[in-house]
Design a binder for this molecule. Structure first.
Ligand code: 3PG
Length: 306
């Protein structure tokens, strides 16, 4: 039984060694493909794999079709917009994610970005403090809740919206519930976005929402670049010279935005929210254990395509 770890953006070496250990101790063969050049290399490596662990690597129909032996794929992370669930289901391949395992790393990055943007990207310009400001959290899941807790400890007032949670659940998570996105954006000095990329959310945050924000407000996007309407963002940044935007990872029009708006715009060069040794170990080991448990016990907890 061959279990392939295919990561364009590698896990920390320590995480790889620990994943290998779990797989070999279970009696399976470990294979590793890192920083592959193109999809052909990915397809060749997965051709005889029984199980696959990926990060944001795109498991497209083409990849699934090349993986004749594949029985399970685990996305070591939360967002699974990189998996073609339809193609996987058609081939009877189980798909899983590892929710919550890398949340703390992403939450820490969101906090870091708020401070970085408040201090004009650490240039000598006079900045502002985040203490006493209002943070609106768009989606109060694993990452959103952690961002709220950390921000509250830094003296921020926390509001949150989540269509899947009751007001009681949001209050229990330490935030004041808000009932419309318009209200969240209008009331928040910072909005931290934690929604997945789905057909409903792609391009859903743009001019209408961001232009409602109070003076000096900042949007922090550590979710997915795709949820932003890039043209709308460019328009609001041009009209409102007080608004700022920071993202992990860059929108398609990042060079234009940085050229026009300077330190009011920041984007990581490569998605790095979950790029800590701890997050790699948490998510990578969870993925390996889920695969072993699936093969040994038929455990389908965390299956996405039931
Ligand atoms: C996630 O959805 O878990 C994060 O975006 C992490 O993605 P990565 O594994 O590519 O860093």
């Amino acid at each position: 039984m061959k279990i392939l770890v295919a990561t364009q953006k590698p896990f920390a070496p320590k995480a790889v060694a620990m994943i290998k250990d779990i797989i070999e101790q279970a009696g399976y063969t470990f294979a590793l493909l890192e920083k592959y050049a193109d999809v052909e290399e990915f397809k060749a490596a997965v051709a005889d794999a029984d199980a696959l662990i990926v990060r944001s690597d795109k498991v497209t129909r083409e990849v699934v079709e090349a993986a004749a032996q594949l029985k399970i794929v685990v996305r070591a992370g939360a967002g699974y917009d990189n998996l073609d669930l339809e193609a996987l289901s058609e081939r009877g391949v189980v798909a899983m994610n590892t929710p919550g395992q890398n949340s703390n790393a992403v939450a820490e990055l969101a906090i870091a970005m708020m401070i970085y943007m408040s201090r004009a990207q650490f240039t000598p310009a006079t900045g502002s403090e985040i203490s006493g400001k209002t943070l609106g959290i768009q989606a109060f899941g694993n990452v959103g809740r952690l961002v709220g807790q950390k921000a509250a400890a830094l003296g921020m007032k926390i509001k949150a919206i989540d269509p899947f949670l009751s007001d009681e659940q949001i209050v229990a998570g330490g935030a004041e519930p808000v009932h419309s996105l318009e209200e969240l954006y209008a009331d928040s000095d910072f909005v931290s976005i934690h929604i997945p990329a789905t057909p409903q959310t792609v391009g859903s945050i743009g001019y209408d929402l961001i232009s409602k924000m109070p003076k000096g407000a900042t949007v922090i996007n550590t979710a997915r670049a795709e949820v932003i309407d890039e043209a709308g963002l460019a328009q609001v940044l041009a009209e409102r010279t007080d608004i700022k935007y920071a993202a992990d990872v860059a929108p398609g029009n990042i060079s234009q935005l940085q050229e026009e708006f300077g330190v009011r715009v920041f984007a990581t060069p490569k998605k790095m929210g979950a790029q800590t040794a701890e997050a790699n170990i948490n998510a990578g080991l969870a993925a390996a254990r889920q695969i072993v448990s699936f093969f040994k016990e038929g455990n389908t907890r965390f299956q996405l395509n039931k």
